[in-house]
Design a binder for this molecule. Sequence first.
Ligand code: 3H9
Length: 716
Amino acid sequence: MARYVRIPGSIALITLANPPVNALSAAVRRGITETLSRAIADPEVKAVVLCGENGNFCGGADIKEFAGPMSGPGLVPMIDAIEAGEKPVVAAIEGVALGGGLELALGCHYRIAHCKARVGLPEVTLGLLPAAGGTQRLPRLIGLSAALDLITTGRHVSAQEALQLGIVDRLTEGDTLGVAVEFAQSIAGQPLGSRRLSTRTPACPADLDSFLQGALVQVRRRARGAMAPEACVRAVGAAATLPYSQGMQREQELMASLFRSAQARALQYCFFSQRLVGRWSTPSGARWDSAEPRPIRRAAVIGLGTMGRGIAVSLLQAGIAVVAVETDEQQLEAGRRAVTALLERRAQGRGSEGPLRFTTDLQQLRQVELVIEAVFEDLAVKKQVFRQLSAVCPADTLLCTNTSGLDVEQLAACTRSPELVVGTHFFGPAHVMKLLEVVYGPRSSPVAVATAMHLGKRLGKVSVAVGNCPGFVGNRMLKPYLEQAHFLLEEGAAPEQVDQALEEFGFAMGVFRVADLSGLDVGWRVRKEAGLTGPGVAPGESPRRRQGRRYSPLPDLLCEQGRLGQKTGRGWYLYEGPGAREARPDPWTHSFLQQYRQQHGLQPRAVPQQEVLERCLYALINEGFRVLEDGIATGPEDIDIIYVFGYGWPRHRGGPMFHAGAVGLATVLDRLEHYHHAHPDIPNLQPSALLRRLVASGNPPIQKWREVIRRVRSQL
Ligand code: 3H9
């Protein structure tokens, strides 16, 4: 797990060998410890070069080991031994040096990096802190402020930035190992005193106390209940205030408070789930490892509204040539201006963009390999576009629809090659948001799914393959969540109370603030189309019942008042003016709710915060179980990744399905039964068959749910 060779010129070369990222497993740690002792003991060896196999220095501690008991040599004594040794050790960094990998490099006396390498301390994203001396050595190397930024954000730093910050000593564009060996020969025998970072004093801001206090306030605001960022600040603070050995002790104590925490488990689950969703499969047997994606060099975007613009920018930034299409010159010009502005704003530090052409002529699409339709969210309009596309594009063009929930199969049915139609549900702003739901219809071919999934990866997105049903996964589950929020208002809660409960849970914004931001008219239009409100409603039907179940007309009533959210300066909340962002509780909303309750004979009650959370979240989770039962998502990880990356679910709570497991499935079942009993006219609160089955199977860990899901599906 660590190879040792003596190379001419008195250099020992130690190579970490644990592909793909040379994670520091027990075997690797043992390998490093043994080979280092050998190098130190060998009188012929004057200096050591440490590198990694496969073009990667090291991806850090082996995260897979965290779940079990730790064994083998510890990282801290190993790195301390490197630093304390009398022979210079040079880290030759290619690929990545992350987490424990960078900490290992910081224990070395010199660091030489390839210009394409990346370094960072991303432990905070796993609910941890860099506990192999990272919080103590990095501030001593680059100063407190820069170290704090890296450690609390976990961001990866380019080799160029690493050089500027002083993390690495030298960059090379060529043979990193060759340069490192030559360098090691040149410094052999020189004193190592100041190269030992633990002996240095960190550069600190003048007013240290207020600096650290400010840092705590900032991470608390950003982290919304996540523990690790705060622990990172405290550990870095210790580097500034304590001698090295005591700082290390503090680092260990803080790590101990995080290591087995529920948050760390949730964040590490997210790490592995993000990778798992890339290994997609569909019920018809298409799979990631057997379906070959088609190469995409040229694409078209139809419709340059907000979504179309973001999608075009996203494609261009991945180096794909784009033909952008609008219906008339005026719309085209508006689209051109918006796309150009977006590109200019994002141009700095980006790679080369693909060529971009604007047209109103669909005939220009003969050369593209893939089209993403992003026109108005209306099935009839989209069908018309798909008919046109099918007539104009070559039969083997992949046709994608950007829809948030319309039936992909109905669009496929309008084309000559329905097997080449898939849904690509982008999230706005499409050039920023990381999630892509790739929706396969019953006829979508493996190659179509594979190409869309691969495209998502090229665009830097986390792509999740999901089945075709109204709302797909994300929006389907959102519906019962929103419904509960409206019902809670009917029963006595205020919008700000519901939002506060959800924000304290960890959402960046509560449900009503989100509704105001995205515009209340979006849902209003959908409900009108579904015949839930507006002229489609049967005369005489009670305003609070639709299709045999409870319905809340509250959001419809707000829209009828012209309260569409931020854009009109008022929605659930009041704003300074149209387009303003700061939401203020609105007395109008309170008296409107009061009147509404009176009008419908509803006795308001104080709704406890716990009930707000349970009803909103468990209704959403219950729908998640139904999504799994129906085979719309393959496993709970797919749902959780969709919610974490697309719906602002707090990552340190792992996603809705993980959260259900963490709370205890029996508890979720019990609470759903309780609320369903109290509200029999809300079918969404009736516990799903899968949830019952999982509880009956003894609440298996989430990694085992797939087996139960398979059994339930085969019986349904
Ligand atoms: C730490 O270091 C704690 C210390 O401070 C203190 C300890 C006392 N361990 O992402 P990819 C697997 S915490 C185990 O698809 P890429 C990954 O699961 C650690 N496995 O490739 C996947 O497996 P599979 C701090 C790991 O090229 C495969 O490698 N370090 C680890 O897109 C390929 O990964 C980090 O947080 C690991 N450390 O990206 C870095 N890393 O094929 C975490 C990867 O079975 N890693 N795997 O699905 C990354 O950010 C990315 O993997 C990396 C490569 C950028 C390295």
